[in-house]
Design a protein around this ligand. Sequence first.
Ligand code: CA
Length: 236
Amino acid sequence: MRILIVEDDPAIAAGVSAALRQGGHAVDHVSDGGTADTALRDTPYDLLVLDLGLPGLDGSEVLHRLRRRGTSLPVLVLTARDDLRERVRVLDLGADDYLVKPFALAEFEARVRALLRRYTTQGAPELAIGRLRLDLPGHRAWVDETPLELTAREFGLLEALAARPDRVTSRSQLIEALCSWDEELTDNGLDIAIYRLRRKLAESGTQVRTIRGLGYLLEEVPAGSAPADEPAGHQR
Ligand code: CA
């Protein structure tokens, strides 16, 4: 999942960024409200972690503008103030959850998992496609009861495809889902990741099908047919 962290306290930003990257997420960090507002318009995120007290544009205004654009992006607010009026105000502005500083990283990670679960699998702890099961927030996958050994990149790819069942995901959408600003994924790198994921899914009853000129589709292998084993050609 791709996550934007908006936080001007360097220590908190470093802590939450490291925790999320360790969880296999692509993380972008900005430290002021104006840059956050621009990033939210330009980049498709799966979650926003938003500090309220920010230089420049206030966090509340960032959230207000985001919701006014009609987006349902899940938002976890970090606030320094713990009083009833503040909590009500934050939720009324459109936050999905909030944490009062200082907080334990374990609780932060649990709230992120809960929010991502709610938005990616409609609250179900797992997503199933044929015999393939995915625990998206926990970054685990199984074929029947056998765990699938995937790298962070392979899991990210599978996650990006699985989050859009029966819909084609383009190469640029995959790259945006997999990479933060300071990372790079070349066309060749994406091809290699797709090739490796296909090999690992060979016995899963699901396949990554190339839709020429459009992108990729994760689907169940129709009964009686062999999985498509075509090379991952460039699709643009
Ligand atoms: Ca702050």
